[in-house]
Design a protein around this ligand. Sequence first.
Ligand SMILES: [Zn+2]
Length: 301
Amino acid sequence: MKGYIGSVRFFKNLILLFVIIFITVPTVFAFRYRGKFKALEAETAAQMQQLNDKITALEAELAAPTVDPDGPAYQSLYPDFYAPQALDAKVHTDNTIYLTFDDGPSYRTPEVLQILREENVKATFFVIGQSDEASQQWMRDIVADGHTIAMHTYSHDYDDIYASVEDYLADMYEIFTLIKDATGVTPTAFRFPGGSINGYNYEVSQDIISEMLRRGFVPYDWNISSGDAASSDLTPAGTIVSNVVGGASGVSRGIVLMHDAAPKYTTVEALRPMIQNLRDMGFQFDCIHPDTAPILYSYSY
Ligand SMILES: [Zn+2]
């Protein structure tokens, strides 16, 4: 025994014993408490999930637009007719032109898109309600090219849409739904047929704007008219170009009103020289984004 203690074999065995202890004890311990750890882990995960759910619910509550219980009843109409994000349209970008096309899509849309593609210009299309397959495809083409698709009413019928706030909402909900279904995009910008204040809507205009703003939608008038709808005759392309160039000479940012309609081929003809002239004047082009500050005639906002 004396020879064994202190011998090389003794130390070898001692080390082996320690190694065995160091492996066995934690292993036994781990197996013994594995169930408990798992249970604790699951419990913690469940608590985290509950907290996350509470935060999500609170966030949704905070983000939800407020329906005023004492306000007009139309606030409760169409509970899914809301812009997907909070309204914060305050961005002014100088030396920028926003080309806009109303009343489409039409047979002219592919021609307009082709020119915009070649000129590398993004624009905004305020479309009306046409549910045929060709029109839906043109709407998808607008989106695929990176332009902004926006609402201009479904029917474009002044007597109908401006009869009351409820009538206006009913119509706009239709174009909102059509655009969403056809393109997958939720539109946030809109334009009043005839502008935000006109002979048909002055009695309801302010209420409509308030209600649309409450729902997160942003209205855009224009400060440069191409004059392509000035009369029932076609406006010559040269006149359209000079109207826009003239209008742009006095502004730092311009929203140009044009029309995308089958008979209006002079608008298409005017497009390329218009873009070139505006570029020569130092302008860049952009489409309307959800945060683009609107140009509005008639609403203090
Ligand atoms: Zn229009």
